[in-house]
Design a protein. Structure first.
Length: 417
């Protein structure tokens, strides 16, 4: 009996060990699965995207005073070479690949010998939190050419990756010196390539970035151009109309308000709406286009409802019409200028502006005009109770007069007797 009891206890212990081991394996599997899912979620591939930057918006700043230099020609080769026009980027296999397209070639400028350094880069706000990093910037990737050799061919570049703390200090995460192949200044094919291994940094599932270029001149001035902040993943957009449900009768004309709402909850500034009236038999036009798009919060665009006039022909077919629209949306940002150590007392506010083309649609329901009986029914539903009340009031008044008249007649007859 003792031997059987002992064997039974041994078997129970083995079962417990097996259960414990199984539990550990399950927990380990779940932990690994969660870690893998988290990693994949943060560093997920996204397809190629292209943004448009505002043209001819490069600025020249006096580093001593912090003032804009107004006497540099806006249309000069140098300013055009400073101008970021487009940026294309995508992420694949944990690597961010981007191309900055600029307006012209620095080598064509007579001022190239007066350039001290040239830099192109990306500012990354890894958590969309302005209290972390330096002015909200957690990481900075930059390639730079420094004119310390007398060569003006812009061939050899340095590449560095920095991490910032909220103290304003930085740490060098990666540094490559005297490399080529980052830029192409050949004919009109002027672009800069920036590539970042995302495994070297840590960002949230939702972060943002800004592209820039800087040119330092030997006279103490600085040329700068920047894109707006770009959200990753990109915001989605939908069309808002007022009223929300649009119903028109045959032969009716109505004006509606139209806005674009982003997934971040912000009303987007509309720079232009493209022709959306050729897809249906409805007549759709933007009212007072110039006035519609000049009441802007960011010059040349508006966040106010754009006024759209919709006219339905008398012979239109009844049903639901889907109206496609194409909108040019502008985005504005402020560059965290304290990243640059200006000598002036007050910080410099640098506004940036970019554009994206977005497609959307809204619907219009076309119905038959009401018949006379339907109009009468609608009229009576709206005003019938009032008419009844007024009619009752008249009836009550007439009844009072009638009874008063009868009373007076009886009184007269009694007096005659």
């Amino acid at each position: 009996m003792r031997r059987d009891t002992w064997r039974g206890g041994e078997g129970g212990g083995t079962s417990k060990n097996i259960i414990l081991a199984g539990t550990v394996l399950v927990i380990t599997y779940l932990s690994l699965s969660y870690a893998l899912e988290s990693t994949i979620f943060v560093y997920s591939d996204f397809p190629r995207k292209e943004i448009m930057d505002d043209l001819s918006d490069a600025r020249i700043i006096d580093l001593e005073t912090g003032q804009w230099i107004q006497n540099r020609l806006v249309n000069s080769t140098l300013t055009s070479a400073l101008d970021i026009q487009r940026v294309a980027f995508f992420e694949k296999m944990d690597r961010l690949n981007s191309t900055i397209w600029i307006g012209d070639n620095f080598l064509r400028s007579k001022d190239i010998k007066n350039i001290s350094s040239v830099a192109y880069g990306i500012l990354i706000d890894g958590d969309k939190d302005s209290s972390t990093g330096k002015e909200g910037v957690d990481y900075q990737l930059e390639i730079q050419w420094i004119n310390n050799t007398g060569s003006i061919k812009l061939q050899k570049w340095n590449k560095l990756l920095l991490e910032y703390s909220s103290l304003g200090k930085y740490k060098i995460l990666d540094l490559v010196q005297n490399q080529s192949g980052y830029t192409s200044f050949e004919n009109d094919n002027n672009y800069v390539i920036l590539s970042l291994d995302m495994n070297k940094i840590s960002v949230d599932s939702s972060y943002r970035m800004m592209f820039y270029d800087l040119v330092s001149f030997s006279d103490g001035t600085l040329g700068i151009d920047l894109t707006n902040w770009i959200n990753i993943p990109a915001d989605s957009f939908r069309v808002l109309t007022s009223p929300e449900e649009i119903t028109l009768k045959k032969g009716e004309t109505k004006t509606i308000g139209l806005q674009i709402l982003s997934s971040s909850g912000k009303i987007s500034a509309i720079t232009d709406l493209y022709d959306f009236s050729n897809y249906t038999s409805l007549n759709i036009v933007m009212k007072n286009k110039n006035d519609n798009l000049t009441n802007s919060t960011i010059g040349g665009s508006t966040t106010e409802p754009v006024q759209i006039e919709i006219s339905v022909p008398k012979d239109a077919k009844i049903g639901t019409y889907t109206i496609p629209i194409t909108a040019n949306i502008s985005f504005g940002s402020n560059f965290p200028s304290n990243l640059i150590d200006f000598n002036n007392e007050y910080p410099i506010i640098i506004d940036t502006k970019g554009y994206e083309i977005k497609n959307g649609n809204f619907t219009v329901d076309v119905v038959e005009p009401p018949t006379f009986q339907e109009e009468l029914k609608t009229f009576w539903a709206a005003y019938g109770s009032m008419i009844t009340l007024i009619g009752a009031g008249f009836a009550g008044g007439l009844s009072s007069l009638f009874f008063e008249y009868i009373k007076e007649r009886r009184g007269r007859k009694s007096n005659k007797k």
